[in-house]
Design a protein around this ligand. Structure first.
Ligand SMILES: NC(=O)c1ccc[n+]([C@@H]2O[C@H](COP(=O)([O-])OP(=O)(O)OC[C@H]3O[C@@H](n4cnc5c(N)ncnc54)[C@H](OP(=O)(O)O)[C@@H]3O)[C@@H](O)[C@H]2O)c1
Length: 280
C-alpha cells in the first residue's frame, strides 16, 4: 500500500509560510519550531518560495541539533523550476539552506507550464540520486490527479497538499474520495484558515463558539480539530509562538462527536456539487 504510514507520518506537522521574512522574528520562529519538534511535531513543511529561501534557512537553524532521521522535512519546488533545466539546482539549493543532504518529500508547488511528464521524470531521478525519499504535488484538483495517474511513474506520487478548512470544504466532494480510493495522502494547508483571516466570520460563528465552549477549547482549536478528526488527512498549521504550538498539540486530544459535526455542518455544509479547488 502506497498510502503514507501514519505510524511514521504524524497527522500534525508545522507549516512555515511567513517565516524567514523578517530578521527580527527569526529567533522566535526557530524557538517555536524547536519547541514543536521537542513535543512531537517532527514533520516540517517549507518551500523555496517562502521568504525567498528564508524559511528554509530558519528551518535549517531549527533542525541542526536534532537527529536528521527523526525528522520529516518537506520542501516544494516552484513550477518554473520543476523541469530538467532547473530542478536539480533548485533541490540542491533547498538542501543547502536546510543544512541537510536529503528531503523526505519534495512537492511540485502548483502546476505551471512545464509538462507533468518532465517533472515526474526529474522527481524519479532525484529519488534515485538519494536527494529525496519521495515526491508529491500541491494544489492539484481531481482532474490534475487523474492526468498525473496516466503518466509513466505518475502513480508514484505520495501526497497532494491542498487548502482545506471548515470554511472551505470543496475537496470533500470529489478530490478527497479520489485520494482515498487511490491511496494518496492529503495534506491540509491553511487548516485554521490563516487564523480565521481566510473566511470572514469563521472564528465568531455561533456553531464554532458553541463547540469551543462545550470542549473548553479555543475557536481556532475547533477548526484544527475539524481537520484532525478526519481520516487520511495531515494538517500543517503554522505557528510562530510557543503558546500556539502548545494549543495545536493539545488539539490532538480533542474528539468532536457527531453532535458537534452536525452543528458545524449546519453552518458550513459539506459540498453537494463540484467547486474549483481553493488556493491562496
Ligand atoms: N502548498 C501551498 O500552496 C500552501 C499554501 C499555503 C500554505 N501552505 C503551507 O501550510 C502551512 C499552513 O498554512 P498557513 O500558514 O497559510 O495558515 P494557517 O496554518 O491556517 O494559519 C497560520 C496563522 O494562524 C496562527 N495560529 C497558529 N496556531 C494558532 C492558534 N492555536 N491560535 C490562534 N492562532 C494560531 C498563526 O499565528 P502565529 O504565527 O503568530 O503563531 C498564523 O497567523 C503554511 O505555513 C505552509 O507551510 C502551503
Amino acid at each position: 500500500m502506497k498510502l503514507l504510514d501514519k505510524s511514521t507520518m504524524p497527522v500534525l506537522g508545522q507549516g512555515t509560510w511567513g517565516m524567514g521574512e523578517n530578521p527580527a522574528s527569526e529567533e522566535k520562529e526557530i524557538k517555536a519550531l524547536r519547541h514543536g519538534i521537542n513535543n512531537g511535531l517532527y514533520l516540517i513543511d517549507t518551500a523555496e518560495m517562502y521568504g525567498n529561501g528564508g524559511a528554509e534557512l530558519v528551518v535549517g537553524q531549527a533542525i541542526k541539533d536534532f537527529n536528521r532521521k527523526d525528522l520529516y522535512i518537506i520542501s516544494k519546488v516552484y513550477p518554473h523550476n520543476a523541469g530538467r533545466n532547473n530542478i536539480f539546482t533548485a533541490c540542491e539549493n533547498s538542501l543547502d539552506r536546510l543544512g541537510t543532504d536529503y528531503l523526505d518529500m519534495y512537492l511540485l508547488h502548483w502546476r505551471g507550464s512545464i509538462p507533468l511528464q518532465e517533472t515526474v521524470e526529474c522527481m524519479e531521478e532525484l529519488v534515485k540520486l538519494g536527494k529525496i525519499k519521495g515526491w508529491g504535488v500541491s494544489n492539484f484538483d481531481t482532474d490534475d490527479m487523474k492526468e498525473l495517474w496516466q503518466i509513466k511513474d505518475g502513480q508514484n506520487c505520495l501526497l497532494n497538499q491542498v487548502l482545506y478548512h471548515l470554511g472551505s470544504r470543496g475537496i470533500e466532494f470529489d478530490l478527497l474520495p479520489w485520494m482515498k480510493e487511490n491511496k494518496v495522502a492529503t495534506m491540509a494547508y491553511c487548516p485554521i484558515a490563516q487564523g480565521g483571516r481566510l473566511r470572514r466570520g469563521l472564528l465568531d460563528n455561533p456553531a464554532v463558539n458553541e463547540v469551543a465552549k462545550k470542549h473548553s477549547i479555543s475557536q481556532t482549536q475547533v477548526l484544527l480539530a475539524f481537520v484532525l478528526n478526519q481520516e487520511n488527512l495531515i494538517a500543517i498549521p503554522k505557528a510562530s509562538s510557543i503558546n500556539h504550538i502548545d494549543e495545536n498539540i493539545a488539539t490532538l486530544n480533542v474528539k468532536l462527536d457527531s453532535e458537534d459535526i452536525a452543528l458545524l455542518n449546519e453552518h458550513y455544509p459539506a459540498p453537494n456539487h463540484k467547486t474549483f479547488l481553493d488556493i491562496v
